[in-house]
Design a protein. Structure first.
Length: 178
């Protein structure tokens, strides 16, 4: 995987007057600093990781979406149910052909985080961690996360497999942590 090309492919689906990131650097997993390493360097759902880290359940807020045939693209944030703070920004490419019509309907309803839907439906799934990124946030993301311009945080690119089929490509960016 060329991480920066994969990042560009996902961000290109949501054109913006300003870039999401001022700078993006692909890091070896072993150089990911704590607490980001514990939060990002694993093959689990980020919904669960965010809920465990922030000690609160999370809600999804869809900021943008479009469908290209059976491929759904979404720009999302996860908010803590306890503080309402944004804890994660994400870009998603989902091949809807890999799930049942019931799961598809729940995804399209946009009320529940994707990871929670797949877990609740006990869908056979595997998360393949592709890359860790050090990211300097652009205007839109600093405003969403309520942090100063130019703040640095970390994120990951991952592919989620459903029933042994690549189903979802993800960019998951953590809120900057103290």
């Amino acid at each position: 995987m060329n991480a920066l090309h994969a990042l560009d492919a996902l961000t290109a689906k949501f054109p913006s007057p300003t870039p999401f990131f001022q700078k993006a650097v692909h890091l070896p997993q072993s150089l990911t600093p704590e607490p980001y390493a514990g939060l990002l360097v694993h093959n689990e759902h980020m919904t669960v990781a965010m809920e465990n880290f922030h000690h609160a359940s999370v809600n999804v807020e869809v900021l943008g979406r479009h469908l290209e045939g059976e491929i759904l693209y979404r720009k999302i944030i996860l908010r803590s149910n306890e503080t309402n703070a944004v804890v994660q920004f994400g870009l998603v490419r989902f091949d809807l052909r890999t799930v049942s019509s019931e799961v598809r309907e729940e995804i399209m309803a946009e009320r529940t985080p994707l990871g929670r839907i797949l877990i609740n439906h006990n869908l056979l799934r595997h998360v393949d961690l592709g890359a860790i990124l050090e990211l300097t946030l652009g205007e839109e993301l600093t405003a969403l996360m309520e942090v100063p311009p130019g703040t640095t945080t970390y994120g990951r690119l991952a592919t989620l497999f459903c029933d042994h089929q690549p189903a979802v490509d993800l960019l998951e960016v953590s809120r900057p942590l103290a």
